[in-house]
Design a protein around this ligand. Sequence first.
Ligand code: FAD
Length: 416
Amino acid sequence: MDYLDISLQLSEDDIAIKNAAHEFAEEIMRPAAKALDEMSAEDGVAKKSPLWPFLKKSYELGYHRILLPEAYGGLSLSPLQLNLVLEEWGWGSMGLGVLLGVAAFPFFAIALTGDDELIEKYVIPFCECTDGSIRGCWCGTEPEHGSDILYFDDFFKNPKIKGNVQARLKGDSWIINGQKSAWVSGGTIATHGLTFLQVDPSKGMAGGGVCVVPLDKGVSRGKPLEKIGQRDLNQSEVFFDDTKIPANHMITEPDYYPEMVDLILGAANAAMSALATGVARAAFEEALVYARERVQGGVPITKHTSVRQRLFDMFAKVEACRALSRAVFNFNFNVSPPVTEYSIAAKTRCTQTCFEVTHEAIQILGGNGLAREYLVEKIFRDARASLVEDGLNEMLAAAGGLTITETYPRKSSDIY
Ligand SMILES: Cc1cc2nc3c(=O)[nH]c(=O)nc-3n(C[C@H](O)[C@H](O)[C@H](O)COP(=O)(O)OP(=O)(O)OC[C@H]3O[C@@H](n4cnc5c(N)ncnc54)[C@H](O)[C@@H]3O)c2cc1C
């Protein structure tokens, strides 16, 4: 039930892509997400879990390739098309949307390097995969370092701060040891990890590197994490025990590490804004449908002015999220490197608004809003998780705040 889309520049292709993504979200994502939400985290990744047919179907439809260029077998979507698909995924399920996004992460990062050998070895087989058997994840957060991996203060360069995962060069291989936190999305089932780690402890967190690690030999996982929201998104610790990767798998070393953190954050935060817009829209729609049917005072509650005002406020918030998210996609996926403070603005604003809209949806449904039987109960929990996910909103704001206080007013000639 999408309302009028006021972007007049949507082409027929764009609309077809959006409609197909909506069908996928409604028919494939939502049923799988509902089933997974109700299962234990362990059952959610077991052999008979609905997760596996969901992944297979997603890969068959090519949705794992949305971030990748056509030259390597990707879908080469325009920034706007990418945004449209992610909004629909968010409408279907934020958790499963994130799972599909991180599945592509290591391959997206390799594609950015332009390294032919790595592209041949990893990106092309990933794009050709149609059964969901090649799955990436992002191994960033560590037991002792969550917000520490964001560059928003001088402590980033403090040599006393030691990473929980470190790599040392031995001959022509890197040897990796340590543990990532329980928050690695898709970590339970991933075959490859885009791994952030410390390679030069003398530089503190700034002495980081980014590498691609096949998660087979020398790697183990923790138990799937039980949590309040996005329960359809499996997460677990990843342990590295003398894990060996060839030297060229370290795609970023300390010289470019802060830039790489920025680049990944710029892309991921933008993606989060579109997903959150979809979640907010889903909550608004659920509230509207319910309010048309629920009778109080002898009339449907939509006849009460205060309910209409609240529904309109939700509607306006969804439109504001969509406008900001699309504008940031259009900009940041067309400039290189992305101007990360805009992606941060979109992520923090859209997830916060999404939380407010899902909160209001519960209020519109009254007691039923709290019942498992109604979708808003799940999406409210999912929205809550998004305030922490991909960087706590207040910490992202601190990172964005550092940039704007140092660089404002920024000229377009500084960027292009
Ligand atoms: C659904 C979900 C999916 C996720 N997916 C992934 C993933 O795929 N890969 C991955 O690596 N991680 C993932 N994460 C982890 C996420 O990025 C971290 O949880 C987040 O960055 C916060 O880190 P933390 O939980 O360690 O909190 P902390 O950083 O420990 O923060 C705790 C509190 O301390 C405050 N604080 C921290 N540092 C400072 C400071 N310097 N100054 C002032 N206050 C401070 C914060 O504001 C917060 O209130 C995911 C998280 C969620 C919820």
